[in-house]
Design a protein around this ligand. Structure first.
Ligand code: SF4
Length: 346
């Protein structure tokens, strides 16, 4: 039996060091191949700049997929992690979708294997299955709803008002946050993001006391104690907006530090500090940056365009089921006038 998802491998090549020549070469290939680059906020600044300069897009994962759907390009090149490429393919089956690095994954996706998740759902048939966007196509196919971090509370509150009980996966911190705000009965899968899970409430409280002028911006994939200290809790897009609109000149930010590039563009002159990770005296501290997002770079982008490697293929039966749970959210968003920007910290 064919695997549900398959990605063709990228041949190894030596890195090229002349960045200006490399960027010019990539720009030519994007045009020649009728391709557009869509990049996530957590990827390297040079990839975000290249996407912006070439008529591509920098955003969260669903918005990346929706942009690709509306764009005339025949090929979407995704700078991000695998579930983002899959989401792009689910919504754009007629297009070629290439990943810069096929091994770039996400701990939330990895924490929620489809077989175990299906068994969990089967054991709780009375519950409505709501999954976060940071999941595989197969997990989305098993869900009733896919949600973004910006619409999760609204969708769950809507289902709760209808008397429905929820089965939530995979992020436990976002799940507990949604449960607290919506008051819904939620059974929560035990997954977490390896970046956000490292932010420490006690250290953040100390930092806040040392910088009382700073606004605290927190993504809800962070632990509950960190969320409690936030001035704004929100998706990546919401946090960038808050950085621009709040009067503070300084911010402490609890999300992947790749977001600083867009925050500095949106709010030039303001100061952004990483929320603290690791314990006092810890010999090993998180760098507040996703190791899988870091796998995306210009050299690999050039190779992918040269070779056509890392194309995403999704079993059509799975894709057709997954698109239903995503479309349900999009339709809900339309009727409730709610933006779904912020798909995944994704
Ligand atoms: S930052 Fe966390 S949630 Fe985002 S892709 Fe990396 S591991 Fe996944």
């Amino acid at each position: 039996m064919q695997p549900a998802i398959s990605i063709s491998p990228l041949p190894t090549q030596a890195p090229r060091t002349d960045q200006a020549a490399l960027i010019a070469h990539i720009k030519q290939m994007l045009v020649a191949q009728n391709a557009v680059l869509v990049a996530h906020y957590y990827t390297a600044p040079e990839l975000q700049e290249l996407a912006d300069e070439t008529g591509g897009y920098v955003s969260d994962s669903l918005d990346m997929a929706r942009f690709g759907h509306e764009h005339a390009a025949k090929t979407l090149v995704v700078a991000g992690v695998r579930f983002m490429g899959e989401t792009a393919k689910i919504l754009n089956p007629e297009k070629r979708v290439l990943m810069i690095d096929s091994a770039a994954t996400c701990s939330l996706d990895e924490d929620c294997p489809a077989a175990a998740f299906t068994a969990f759902c089967d054991a709780h048939p009375e519950r409505t299955v709501v999954v976060y966007s940071n999941t595989s196509a197969a997990v989305k196919a098993r869900a009733d709803w896919v949600v973004t971090s910006s619409i999760a509370v609204k969708v769950v509150a809507h289902l709760h008002a209808q008397g429905k009980k929820i089965l939530w996966a995979p992020d436990k911190h976002l799940g507990h946050y949604v449960q607290q705000v919506s008051g819904a009965d939620m059974l929560i899968w035990d997954g977490s993001c390896i970046v956000h899970n490292e932010f420490k409430a006690k250290l953040l409280a100390d930092m806040k006391a040392a910088h009382p002028e700073a606004g605290v911006l927190v993504h809800p994939e962070s632990p509950a104690g960190v969320i409690e200290l936030a001035d704004v809790v929100g998706s990546t897009t919401a946090l960038i907006k808050a950085a621009k609109e709040l009067p503070n000149q300084t911010f402490i930010v609890a999300t992947d530090n790749g977001i600083f590039h867009k925050m500095r563009e949106a709010a030039p002159g303001k100061t952004f500090m990483e929320a603290p990770t690791g314990g006092v005296g810890a010999t090993c501290k998180s760098c507040a940056h996703c190791p899988w997002m870091e796998m995306n770079n210009l050299n690999k982008l050039a190779q992918v365009l040269e070779t056509g490697a890392n194309e995403i293929h999704i079993d059509e039966a799975i894709r057709q089921k997954a698109v239903v749970s995503i479309q349900r959210m999009l339709d809900f968003a339309k009727t409730s006038q709610q933006t779904v920007l912020g798909m995944g910290n994704a």
